[in-house]
Design a protein around this ligand. Structure first.
Ligand SMILES: NC(=O)c1ccc[n+]([C@@H]2O[C@H](COP(=O)([O-])OP(=O)(O)OC[C@H]3O[C@@H](n4cnc5c(N)ncnc54)[C@H](OP(=O)(O)O)[C@@H]3O)[C@@H](O)[C@H]2O)c1
Length: 247
């Protein structure tokens, strides 16, 4: 699919990877709907940057874990833009606790509700419009943790593994409507999600990357563009991780 004059909805686009994806899509000529939950000022800043690239931009507050709020956001995007061609599910949180010995049951539920159910909610609200157009691209930002666990914790890894399973299932179901569904599994990417981690954990994660550095949000955005433009890819997980699996 060409990106020019398409409409993209990106969840969690006020910061980090979502912000880089929104800006890159705007640079590629796509109009962008920017979702956030708390940081309106940051979402507005991203919107100004994207608008300066000559496309139409709107921001939408919605908690992806709340289906009603997601539904009103998607209806508003439809009113404002008239269509949604590209959905990037990206909004996610990093848990506070990392060991099963410390993780409160409520934290398990919260991580699954935002990181996994959130992706389901937004996809469920958007897909009927894509089916009507017989066209769509869905890209789910998963994580290396969804394929191999890791130090962040079982709840985070389970949410990301769930996204990968959901991607495979939806790719099969939605193929007949000309909708492709793929995931990206980034390794550690330099955003607040990583920079806010304890120093010791951050160093342990960095040492694990063969390239010896954290990735840049723009490097994930590059993979998003590939998955939009290459129509012959569906039901895939693209790894963007500095060679993580070579070790
Ligand atoms: N950074 C990494 O190393 C890394 C690696 C692999 C995968 N990922 C995944 O990539 C995605 C983005 O990560 P990031 O590093 O860019 O994170 P980030 O910098 O912490 O940004 C998180 C974004 O998600 C939004 N958000 C959080 N909870 C939300 C909710 N309930 N409803 C709607 N929006 C919500 C935030 O909005 P507000 O600003 O309004 O709070 C923000 O825009 C996540 O799914 C993460 O798991 C990240």
């Amino acid at each position: 699919m060409e990106t020019k004059n398409k409409v993209s909805l990106i969840t969690g686009a006020s910061r980090g990877i979502g912000r880089a994806i929104a800006i890159r899509l705007a640079r590629e000529g796509s109009h962008v709907a920017i979702n956030y939950v708390k940081n309106k000022d940051k979402a507005e800043k991203v919107a100004r940057e994207a608008e300066a690239l000559g496309v139409k931009v709107r921001i939408y507050r919605a908690d992806v874990s709340d289906f009603k709020s997601v539904q009103s956001m998607v209806e508003q995007v439809m009113t404002d833009f008239g269509r949604i061609d590209i959905l990037v599910n990206n909004a996610g949180i990093m848990p506070e606790h990392h060991s099963i010995l410390d993780i409160p049951v409520e934290e398990w539920s919260r991580v699954i509700k935002i990181n996994l159910t959130g992706y389901f909610n937004v996809t469920k609200a958007v897909v009927p419009y894509m089916i009507k157009n017989n066209s769509g691209k869905i890209i789910n930002i998963a994580s290396v943790a969804g394929k191999m666990g890791g130090t962040v914790g079982p709840h985070y890894a389970a949410s990301k593994a769930g996204i990968i399973g959901m991607t495979f299932s939806l790719a099969q179901e939605l193929l007949k409507y000309n909708i492709t569904v793929n995931a990206i599994a980034p390794g550690p990417i330099e955003t607040e999600l990583i920079t806010n981690l304890p120093e010791e954990l951050k160093n342990r994660i960095k040492k694990r990357v063969p390239m010896g550095r954290f990735g840049k949000p723009e490097e994930v955005a590059e993979a998003v563009i590939f998955l939009i433009k290459c129509d012959y890819v569906t039901g895939e997980v693209i790894d963007v991780n500095g060679g993580y699996y070579m070790d």
